[in-house]
Design a protein around this ligand. Structure first.
Ligand SMILES: Nc1ncnc2c1ncn2[C@@H]1O[C@H](COP(=O)(O)OP(=O)(O)OP(=O)(O)O)[C@@H](O)[C@H]1O
Ligand SMILES: [Mg+2]
Ligand SMILES: [Mg+2]
Length: 675
């Protein structure tokens, strides 16, 4: 079995789990962001039309109607092979693959095992890679197209993307649908301010924007690329489940270590063990055995279900008795004939992670930081970092306490306390507050640079996020119009070392504290603004930068200049070649990204279409890694090899079950808010 890097220790860690990390200075940042405004301040939140109207040298106008996709218009070249094979309701209009995978017909019932929740199963199959070469002719044609695109006027951001679909006669504007309540009023206000109409019909296919807490296969089946915006990448679980992230980081580490052997790549890249606490999968026999062997009572470990949130199902492990109980439990699950027959009925897979015992404390309380990874556009990738807030416990931190509420900083955990209503404002700090506190309390004693939070810490979070994104970039399912906002949780230890704890789909967008009222609406509205602007620009082959709606988010990755991706619409359905060097706006991420680009980016780079007329579905196949990377389909089995029982969450693994089943799974994880 290929445990990585070594079977005994999935990634090498300092036993004490900490290293000073305050060496970087404010100058490292290049651009010193003002608190809370790391990105270039462009304009306050307002209607996009007025922004476009003020833009110098670019008139607000319309481009040829032939470029505007019409509602219901078929776009054969833009349809990819549908990966969710089974759809309730109407099938997608073009359905390239009609072959059904084998799947269980057994109707699910889910016996609950106390403390062990069940995982969701939304996922996608990994397609085999194609390695087409783009001919010189096509390259020239692309360059011509690029130049032509550059001459096109930039239209209003709401512009063509929506106007082409308005139905003036019916008197009904574009529709939007919101599934669930998370952030619903903010999203709804945003859309209504644009004149869109809310529909309560979850099956409405004629929407402009769909924002659902729960991923539903139907949404992806009926999605009209280039005409609609759909929240959440279908297989974001590669990042947002504990096992998904762990597997992706291990795989990426393998790829990078191979690349480092090449003389041409002297990449200084992040090492997984420098930012991700040592973690083992309990659903893989060798791994859990390795953990049971290495455990001793001087350490604390934290055991988490792979796809739960809000601290649900989490417990700490500190004694041999607790390890023995865990061992017995995992063994009984593995031996249970029911679970052997119907593994989907087994409790959710789990990981154990080294517990960071020495967290930095704020007035004696433990905290973690919620930041955002925004994938505003998937075609090309436009990926951003956004600041969030700090989440503190109500009680003082005591590493020996058995009360989980002092160990788990989630708001959900704190809300259980009777003191919460009284003290809730103290449990959420703004990043400015955190920065002031660290300046006052630690700057001198720890020799930190001024504004450590907005310099060193921000830079580190950006590096880590960029690294994680690159780890899955080639495997994410991408269509123009998909976008995602992912909540990333960071812990700072008392040596100011930064640890990534996890990433969350559907992050909490509640505004029940003053700080959240300040932060969340801005995050949501800029997310929508950026998704709209980037989608529209991609659709009309306009230059992404400058981004008029960029305010607090910082560009981490610009696929426009780095990757190849197919354009939508008629003769423009061609892979686009980068024509200028990458120009990330974030210097931090720029260095992080450029250093790994040669090595890591290549496998995931969007590959050219073989010919001008090649349908997008062919192209999509080619998006999977080539032989140079090793981070592709062919190498994925190693993530779970030797562990048939452990394959449920393996990266990129097909997990196509019946739609009902998936919906059910998603519903059970509906609290997926990383709260
Ligand atoms: N390795 C660790 N060391 C120290 N504390 C940890 C560690 N992992 C998790 N925690 C604490 O436990 C909390 C919950 O963990 P985690 O975020 O991984 O679980 P979750 O159930 O997905 O929570 P949520 O999605 O609501 O943030 C964290 O916010 C943090 O306070
Ligand atoms: Mg968390
Ligand atoms: Mg979580």
């Amino acid at each position: 079995m290929a445990l990585h890097p070594q079977v005994g220790r999935p990634h090498g860690h300092h036993r004490d789990g900490s290293e000073p990390q305050a060496e970087a200075t404010a100058q490292d940042m290049g651009r010193h962001p003002s608190p809370g405004r790391v990105g270039p301040a462009v304009c306050p939140i307002r209607g996009l039309r007025s922004q476009a109207a003020r833009r110098p040298r670019r008139g607000v106008g319309t481009t040829s109607s032939s470029r505007v996709p019409r509602s219901g218009a078929l776009m054969p070249a833009t349809r990819s092979r549908t990966r969710f094979i089974h759809c309730r309701g109407q099938p997608p209009r073009t359905h390239v693959s009609s072959k059904r995978p084998k799947r269980s017909r057994i109707r699910r019932c889910h016996p609950r095992v106390p403390g062990w929740t069940h995982e969701k199963r939304m996922g996608s199959s990994v397609e085999e890679g194609l390695r087409p070469e783009l001919s010189r002719l096509d390259q020239d044609a692309d360059l011509l197209e690029e130049e032509e695109a550059a001459r096109l006027p930039v239209t209003s951001l709401e512009g063509l993307f929506l106007e082409g679909d308005k139905q003036p006669n019916s008197g009904q504007g574009p529709f939007f649908y919101i599934g669930g309540t998370n952030g619903a009023s903010i999203i709804s206000n945003y859309c209504e301010s644009k004149g869109w109409q809310r529909t309560q019909d979850s099956r409405c296919e004629d929407y402009k924007l769909k924002w659902c807490e729960i991923k539903c296969r139907d949404n992806y089946c009926s999605f009209r690329e280039g005409q609609q915006l759909l929240f959440q990448l279908p297989n974001n679980k590669l990042l947002t489940t504990k096992i998904g992230l762990l597997s992706a980081l291990r795989e990426h580490a393998r790829t990078l270590s191979k690349a480092r052997l090449l003389p041409s790549t002297q990449a200084k890249v992040l090492k997984m063990e420098e930012f991700f606490p040592e973690t083992y999968r309990l659903d893989i026999r060798d791994e859990r055995q390795a953990f049971f062997t290495l455990f001793d009572e001087t350490q604390i470990w934290i055991c988490k279900p792979t796809a739960s949130n809000q601290g649900k199902g989490i417990f700490l492990i500190r004694s041999q008795e607790e390890v023995a109980a865990l061992q017995a439990k995992t063994q009984s699950i593995e031996d249970d004939p029911i679970y052997r027959k119907m593994p989907f009925r087994a409790p959710q897979a789990r990981v154990v992670q080294r517990y960071v015992q020495n967290p930095l404390l704020l007035d004696g309380k433990k905290f973690d930081v919620r930041s955002y990874l925004l994938i505003a556009c998937a075609m090309p990738y436009m990926v951003f970092f956004g600041h969030g807030y700090a989440r503190l416990t109500l009680s003082l931190y005591d590493p020996h306490s058995s009360d989980l509420s002092g160990h788990l900083t989630n708001q959900f955990m704190q809300k259980k306390s009777p003191l919460y209503m009284l003290l809730k404002e103290s449990t959420v700090w703004s990043m400015e507050h955190l920065n002031r506190y660290i300046n006052d309390k630690f700057r001198k004693t720890k020799g930190l640079p001024r504004d450590w939070v907005f310099t060193t810490f921000t830079k580190r979070m950006q590096q880590i996020m960029a690294h994680c994104f690159l780890a899955v970039k080639s495997k994410l399912e991408c269509k123009l119009g998909y976008f995602d906002l992912i909540g990333c949780d960071f812990l700072i230890d008392e040596n100011f070392k930064v640890w990534l704890l996890e990433m969350n789909s559907n992050p909490a967008l509640h505004t029940n504290c003053e700080v959240l009222k300040e932060v969340i609406p801005g995050v949501v509205m800029e997310t929508l603004d950026l998704a709209l602007e980037t989608c529209q620009k991609s659709l009309h082959s306009q230059k992404m930068l400058p981004l008029l709606s960029q305010r607090r988010f910082v560009l981490l990755y610009n696929g426009e200049t780095t990757d190849l991706w197919p354009r939508l619409g008629g003769s423009r359905s061609l892979a686009r070649l980068p024509r200028r060097p990458p120009r990330p706006t974030c210097e931090v991420a720029s260095s992080a990204l450029s250093s790994v680009r040669a090595a890591a980016d290549r496998p995931g780079a969007r590959k050219p279409v073989p010919s001008r007329d090649a349908p997008l579905c062919t192209f999509r196949k080619s998006r999977l890694p080539d032989s140079s990377g090793g981070s592709g389909a062919e190498s994925e089995p190693s993530l779970c090899s030797g562990s048939p029982e452990g394959s449920r969450d393996a990266v990129g693994e097909p997990s196509l079950g019946p739609p009902e089943e998936e919906h059910e799974e998603e519903q059970r994880s509906a609290s997926h808010r990383g709260s």
